[in-house]
Ligand binder design. Structure first.
Ligand SMILES: [Fe+2]
Ligand SMILES: [Fe+2]
Length: 362
């Protein structure tokens, strides 16, 4: 393996490691036979160097077929007509939401809850047929990660979780709106703190911690279901009392706030932030498996984890040793460690290989 400057790359060279953009998006997988077009793409992304296999022998020794033959699940999703339609509609809905929320903050206009619910619910029901909400959101990550996009994502994920919990249809609408408005209070927090690329000081973090109370204040004069206001106020509370602003415990936290908190953490951890790239959903699921039962309502978190993991069946993944494969079977004891079939046709049971883990969905 040799580190080679992008300007010295030649068509026919083979990558020895996957190449990522600065935002963490995979541009080329390992074992890619480079074409001139791909080299220009690397230059376009500002990649300055790439790990290249040293000779043809090294390249031919590898078990995996050249990656040009491998089309990942995400690539298929991104090429699909359904995803394209979702993307166009999602961007439209983000604009509508941005202007409604700006009106609410600056002019204290009444929230038109029916119209907002209709906007997001139609996004949900018009596009999510063969592809899941997670297929869509995972692939939207590379396009938009703003606070408004986060609000739409939380609304969609919470609605999905509400369906999995068999909530009645009218409650699903209220839950969707609670997701859309949960971080409203962030609009009055200094943008410099919200987008700070380095670690926050204690004072800055205390400032961010004001957003649930500020959000609830903004919503207090609105004619909205009380559960929406509670979700804005309590979505950072945790069942073990470790949350904020009040350190509430278990039954003191409203059910909707508990559902929104799971959707919120899942979306926040998987999205790219200015100070770090998004975590792979499997890392997030592993974190939830480790500490979720104390912090979140057990029934909600267990339903979320088992159902979400199902939606990733068949997805293409990159392991930390550079190999690529598809998820074949879920391990019910260790949800974040499924059975993977590699492109070399070998099977890897991650439940039995603690040294290996899923690094990215590709
Ligand atoms: Fe929040
Ligand atoms: Fe949030």
């Amino acid at each position: 393996m040799k580190k080679t400057a992008t300007k010295d790359l030649l068509a026919g060279m083979v990558t020895a490691m996957p190449v990522y953009s600065k935002s963490g998006q995979m541009i080329l997988p390992v074992n890619t036979l480079l074409t001139t077009q791909q080299i220009s793409r690397l230059e376009f992304y500002g990649i300055t160097w790439v790990h290249i296999q040293e000779d043809a022998k090294e390249a031919s020794n590898t078990d995996a077929p050249p990656q040009e033959e491998f089309v990942s699940y995400s690539q298929k999703v991104r090429k699909s007509r359904e995803f394209h339609a979702f993307k166009v509609d999602y961007n439209k809905k983000t604009q509508v939401l941005t202007s409604s929320i700006n009106d609410l903050i600056t002019k204290n206009t009444a929230v038109d809850s029916n119209s907002l619910i209709k906007q997001v619910s139609s996004l949900y029901s018009n596009h999510l047929t063969s592809l899941s909400v997670f297929d869509m959101l995972h692939n939207m990550r590379q396009i938009d990660d703003s606070t408004f996009a986060h609000s739409i994502n939380v609304a969609l994920i919470a609605r999905m979780l509400g369906e999995w919990l068999h909530l009645p249809e009218e409650d699903l609408d209220v839950l969707t709106l609670a997701g859309l408005l949960h971080d409203l209070g962030k609009c009055i927090i200094d943008d410099k703190i919200l987008t700070k690329p380095s670690a926050l000081t204690t004072e800055e973090f205390d400032e961010i911690k004001r957003h649930p109370v500020e959000g609830a204040k903004l919503l207090s004069s609105q004619d909205l279901d009380i559960r929406i206001k509670e979700a804005a106020l309590m979505h950072h509370e945790r069942c073990d009392g470790s949350g904020y602003p009040s350190g509430l415990q278990g039954s003191e936290i409203s059910d909707f706030a508990k559902i929104i908190s799971i959707a919120d953490v899942y979306d926040a951890m998987t999205s790219n932030r200015c100070y770090r790239k998004g975590l792979c959903p499997f890392e997030v699921i592993a974190t939830f498996e480790r500490e979720g039962l104390e912090k979140y309502e057990a029934e909600y978190i267990l339903t979320f984890l088992t159902r979400i993991i199902d939606t990733y069946m068949g997805n293409s993944v990159l392991l930390n040793n550079g190999s690529i494969g598809n998820i074949l079977m879920i391990n019910n004891q260790r949800l974040s460690r499924p059975l993977v079939r590699l492109t070399s046709n070998e099977y890897v049971d991650l439940g039995k290989h603690p040294e290996l883990y899923i690094q990215a969905i590709i």
